[in-house]
Design a protein. Sequence first.
Length: 165
Amino acid sequence: MTETHPDQRVAVLVDSQNLYHTAQSAYSRNVDYSALLEEAVRGRRLTRAIAYVIVAESEGEDTFFEALTDIGFEAKKKAIKTYADGSKKADWDVGMSLDAVTLASHVDTVVLCTGDGDFSRLCSHLRHAGVRVEVMAFGQSTAEELIEATDTFVDLSEREDTFLL
């Protein structure tokens, strides 16, 4: 795959729930989305930045969504679904994958910010289509198959002071 260069067009797709849960459980801190976006772009041409978020009707949620927009992300929101048995589910795997495939013909690089191994097949597909794939996530919660499927892996846990608030 191609190396990075300033004219490279980049799309950044962030699985906010995945990063949030690791940042909270491992560090009791929050992700610095501004630093995340800056590192993901690294002087290249940002085509699109999307943060996939779950609406949980919690305090401070709207402020967080506004902050993402101010940083430069488009915040795509999905409500938690509650099933008849009381279980709850909300994830963006399909939405992120569809967006990545749709954006592939408009960018040179897709940066996936997630540790979810379900995205390893997406990485393989994008790379086969000639798109450079980079993953940024916390190493301790990133699936090995995802790391193996990407061109570059950035372990956020190696730079806590940069990527955590």
